[in-house]
Write a new protein. Structure first.
Length: 134
């Protein structure tokens, strides 16, 4: 197992949601990879906090004093943050921009017909071939 494959299974393992085969291959990889083992430790700590929060039931409430302090801090941060202005749009181009050498090319109508005919012949030859027998 590679680290990329292990990373997809680490969160499920932290929550105990792997089947026996996946768990065995992941544990084998974790025995050899300290980076993935560290990631698993972080995920387990996050999973523990989430489980505790879900089991606690009612969310914690802020006291009126803390709530007022929080709103003051948010207002102060908003004053310090510069207002973002949308980028100015470029003026639309009146003519499509083309290189000069491309504009000066003159192709006669019979030339275009010849190119179309040649491409049709090539297409028929390429797709009409039988596949080689093996």
């Amino acid at each position: 197992m590679h680290c990329e494959q292990a990373e997809t299974l680490l969160a499920n393992h932290a929550f105990g949601e792997l089947n026996a085969r996946e768990k065995a291959s992941l544990l084998e990889h974790l025995a050899q990879c300290p980076a993935c083992t560290g990631m698993l430790a972080e995920m387990r700590s996050v999973a523990g906090v989430l489980k505790e929060a879900l089991e606690a039931g009612e969310p914690p409430r802020l006291s009126p004093q803390r709530r007022a302090k929080l709103f003051k801090a948010i207002a102060a941060a908003e004053k310090k943050t510069p207002k973002m202005t949308p980028p100015k749009q470029a003026a639309p181009l009146e003519k499509p921009v083309m290189p000069a050498w491309f504009r000066d090319i003159r192709v006669p109508r019979w030339g275009m017909a010849a190119v179309a005919e040649q491409s049709e012949i090539l297409q028929k030859r390429c797709f009409a071939r039988e596949s080689p027998r093996t």
